[in-house]
Design a protein around this ligand. Sequence first.
Ligand code: PRP
Length: 178
Amino acid sequence: MIQSILISEAQIQAKLDEIAEQIRADYGDRPLLLLAVLKGSFLVVSDLCRRLGDNVTVDFVQVSSYGNGRKSSGNVQIRKDLDINIEGLDVLIVEDIVDSGQTLDHLLQILRTRNPNSLKVFALLSKPTARVLHVPLDYVGFEIPDAFVVGYGLDFAERYRNLRDIAVLSEDESSLAP
Ligand code: PRP
């Protein structure tokens, strides 16, 4: 059950306007690959890419560590690799949330070996108090407290991804997670 709305749809969209403007200023007309980390980032990458120019392309990677639970297992695995070769490209990873940092740390290590021209990170949400590994975040939407959040792509046992807002899950439900 949803306990409360943490970040409204309007707040999310306003923040994306702001960050897209920053990205456009930083990259100019250079081609930019948005690399969305599935599944959680499917909505934010859709909204972000439509705010950027004609030189933007999108690809997807799936790196899974959570399963249906609420804590990262630390056992990070690539479940779906990119379709394209990123050598020489400007790549912006698009994450819905950075929690412990383990998923992103692992992904950054892999992608660096593929020699992109640049590799930066956009995270819609960051939970600084949950961080186990330091990871560099270039664009951050919102820093949030250490609550279990769902909506706008984020799930609990695959549910709630379709909420328009980002919400806090009730303790009753989130405590059922393995
Ligand atoms: C979530 C999220 C990040 C990761 C962050 O993915 O999308 O990729 O966890 O956690 P970390 O910083 O502790 O590593 P999840 O594994 O839940 O998969 P999903 O996006 O398919 O729901």
